[in-house]
Design a protein around this ligand. Structure first.
Ligand SMILES: C[S@@+](CC[C@H](N)C(=O)[O-])C[C@H]1O[C@@H](n2cnc3c(N)ncnc32)[C@H](O)[C@@H]1O
Length: 219
């Protein structure tokens, strides 16, 4: 029986486990001077019918992603569905050109802006766009991150827009897709090589992250 099975059968242990994970998130937030914890229900289904609710990516996994993509001085990072801006904050601590967040919920976008202002150790500028990701201009980006923000319809529209920018301005890009529920869409719409990694870190269960790139060093 796995730890997960034990937790599933014992509500008290499950509660303690969730509290441990939350407190690790809060401790990291305090360290960076931002507030990104908690899960929110989604309020904008009339604008984006297949959107998911807000939940922040675990800090340890973000650090792994930074290690894999190795952002450099020419990179512009996009978090598509940035929520309260945890990933924006982590990438803005790297020596990149800019960290751009796209968020459809104005309340979450406002929190992301506040976090950008209070973030300790920021190196790169942060821009937060309160927009529907299906209508955003992606032409400046080189690293695009998504934590399962929406279903296949919006995902296809977003990836189509990113692909179009490559025709107008050919460049190296990397797409990072965490909790990749619609890998088939990623493969079909981008036509790039995709690597799916399973990352492990106690006390979290293994997490899947897909990396798609036309940069041979990152593919
Ligand atoms: C699972 S959360 C990820 C938050 C953040 N990227 C992180 O990793 O911490 C998904 C976010 O996508 C946003 N979202 C959903 N549909 C969107 C859309 N069409 N355009 C922009 N943001 C969207 C939600 O409001 C939510 O904040």
């Amino acid at each position: 029986m796995s730890i997960r099975d034990v937790l599933r059968e014992n509500r008290v242990l499950m509660r303690l486990y969730s509290m441990l994970r939350d407190s690790i998130g809060h401790a990291n937030d305090r360290y960076y001077g931002i507030r990104t914890e908690s899960v929110d229900s989604f309020r904008f289904r009339d604008v984006c019918t297949d959107a998911t609710r807000y939940e922040a990516i675990p800090y340890w996994l973000l650090r792994r992603i930074v290690q894999v993509v190795k952002p450099g001085s020419e990179d512009v990072f996009f978090d598509i569905g940035c929520g309260k801006g945890r990933a924006l904050a982590m990438f803005a601590q790297c020596p990149i050109k800019k960290s751009v967040g796209v968020e459809i919920d104005p309340a979450l976008a406002q929190v992301a802006e506040r976090n950008a202002a209070s973030l300790k150790g920021r190196i790169a500028p942060i821009e937060v766009r309160t927009e529907n990701a299906a209508e955003t201009d992606y032409s400046l980006g080189t690293i695009y991150f998504m934590f399962n923000p929406f279903g296949p319809t919006t995902l296809a529209a977003v990836l189509g827009r990113i692909r179009e920018t490559l025709v107008k301005r050919p460049r190296k890009i990397t797409v990072v897709y965490y909790n990749p529920l619609h890998l088939d869409v990623l493969r079909k719409e981008l036509g790039l090589s995709v690597e799916v990694r399973t990352e492990k870190h106690f006390p979290w269960r293994p997490q899947k992250v897909a990396f798609a790139s036309n940069d041979l060093q990152k593919a």
